[in-house]
Design a protein around this ligand. Sequence first.
Ligand code: SAM
Length: 274
Amino acid sequence: MSDLTLREAIARHGLDARKSLGQHFLLDPSVCGRIAALAGDLTDRHVIEIGPGPGGLTRALLASPAAQVVAVELDRRAVALLAELAAAHPGRLTIIEGDALKIDVTTLAPAPRRIIANLPYNVGSPLLVGWLRQAAAIEGMTLMFQQEVAERITAAPDTPAYGRLAVLSQWRCRCDLLMRLPPGAFSPPPKVWSAVVGFTPRAEDPGDALFRAMERMTAAAFGQRRKMLRGALKSLGDAEGLLAAAGIEGSRRAETLTVAEFDRLARELLARSV
Ligand code: SAM
């Protein structure tokens, strides 16, 4: 199997790319190697890959000093192809057939865990938010998204891309946009550019209740981003009291708030709802 080129393996298994599964494959081993390298030193790390597809990035991860790779793939055709790769790497590659949206990644491999993936674009954001909730149990993530999503994750306040995804991501992790790739790097090429974001979880674990409060806060604030916060936060109860307690002017708009200011608001919201 490892002697077959990716194109040969794809042809043998009839793995023609399906749009419904967000399939845009990376077939150039040097590009796959560069993405794996962006994850840093993987010595003794347990790597979780989501959506390995034909396994280009998987092969690069297996070439690293990672302890093992556990890969979750929804497409049965790809799972059959990957079974051959697993047989060629006994004990180092486990393929799980399933929907990553329904799987708790912390059950897949012990710590220290890294998630490394060229994500299916249609479910990239919900997958990310699920992992941010569990970021304390993850050592790091190196994830490819559509460039527009990568820019929303890493956006600064007072920019059009700044919103819920930026606040949740940057609240839980240091986020770095590490690499941009043109459509032609993929087969078939998507319509847009892609980009890799590196996530380094912050030491402090907010816990479930505060994470949920932050989700409610950012949903309300950015749900009506043109409104002043004293109006936008009304759905959460005493908006004026909440803002005053967090030391934030009610006339400000969500996109002007720093992540630290959102943190204060989420803590106030939690304190008032218990
Ligand atoms: N990693 C491969 C590569 O770089 O060539 C494939 C990347 S492709 C963008 C996304 C992969 O995720 C596809 O193989 C697709 O079948 C898989 N996928 C889509 N939805 C999924 C889900 N909910 N759970 C697990 N895998 C999924």
